[in-house]
Design a protein around this ligand. Structure first.
Ligand SMILES: NC(=O)c1ccc[n+]([C@@H]2O[C@H](COP(=O)([O-])OP(=O)(O)OC[C@H]3O[C@@H](n4cnc5c(N)ncnc54)[C@H](OP(=O)(O)O)[C@@H]3O)[C@@H](O)[C@H]2O)c1
Length: 242
């Protein structure tokens, strides 16, 4: 297959990547970045969302099914060098943790596993949150009463990942906005680091970070909190470093 964008280094040539949650906003950006890098892509999304990937129909393999369906995931991750998973806390049936567990259990032991979530996830409890973020988390947790979302399940999912011993990276996104790429986001190990203060990343760049993490071994077993590289806080940090 011809590379979609031959200017981008073809680091994915000969490699297979599975994108779990491929039909969402983040997922479709990940598909695009992966194809540009020459990966063979297998996408998983709900049956009803398969048409959202119509633009890529002749370039990727799509498996329709719920992302916590272990049979679907087992088939999708077969032979994959990397699995990128959108972790979303939908419903009250352990959707996020079921998805994470299926990926961990079925991916090849040496595969790179990259998961998405937000800054609210903490690995070691050393993140320092603003009052605004704390209030948003309390509100999101209360939404469980609607039975539409269960934020606690996303915490359970990431705890499973942290304890898994696999080659994982949990990418923690700031608030997101649409717009053209600003390049690879910068990251810090803990929320509260001044470099992150602007709390904004282009969604396409969140996806770029997920895809680039596959080939960055310094991110293995890290939970980077990311922010756009052209945001005021990232630029201030860059000039200080210079
Ligand atoms: N939104 C933000 O501001 C923000 C901020 C920081 C981090 N994040 C993280 O970024 C990632 C992507 O989030 P996003 O907000 O940008 O949305 P998104 O990319 O559109 O992803 C939402 C995903 O959930 C699926 N989904 C939607 N409704 C569902 C349902 N009822 N049951 C099962 N699956 C359902 C979507 O699949 P379909 O295509 O099938 O609908 C899609 O794969 C998440 O990991 C999130 O935690 C988001």
């Amino acid at each position: 297959m011809e590379p979609s964008n031959p200017i981008v280094p073809q680091v994915g040539a000969g490699k297979r990547m599975c994108i779990v949650g491929a039909s969402g906003k983040l997922g479709r950006y990940m598909v695009q970045h992966a194809l540009e890098r020459g990966y063979e892509v297998v996408g998983v999304c709900r049956e009803k969302s398969v048409p959202k990937l119509a633009d890529y129909a002749d370039r990727i393999t799509v498996l329709g099914g719920y992302t916590n369906d272990r049979e679907v995931i087992a088939k999708a991750v077969e032979g994959c060098d990397a699995v990128l998973t959108v972790l979303a806390p939908w419903g009250v049936d352990d959707y996020a943790s079921g998805t994470a567990k299926a990926v961990i259990d079925h991916a090849r032991p040496e595969a790179r596993l990259i998961f998405s979530c937000g800054w609210h996830i903490t690995r070691d409890g050393k993140d320092v949150y603003s009052r605004k973020i704390k209030a948003a988390v309390v509100l999101a947790r209360l939404l469980r009463i609607t039975r539409l979302v269960d934020l606690n399940d996303q915490y359970r999912a990431t705890d499973l990942i942290f304890d898994s011993g696999t080659r994982w990276t949990v990418v923690r996104g700031s608030d997101l906005e649409e717009g053209p790429s600003e390049g690879l986001p910068v990251w810090a190990r803990h929320v509260g680091d001044p470099v992150l203060a602007s709390n904004m990343t282009r969604r396409t760049d969140f996806a770029l970070f997920m895809v680039e993490a596959v080939t960055d071994d310094t991110l293995v077993q890290e939970a980077p909190a990311i922010v756009g590289r052209l945001t005021p806080s990232a630029l201030a940090h860059a000039s200080e470093a210079a």
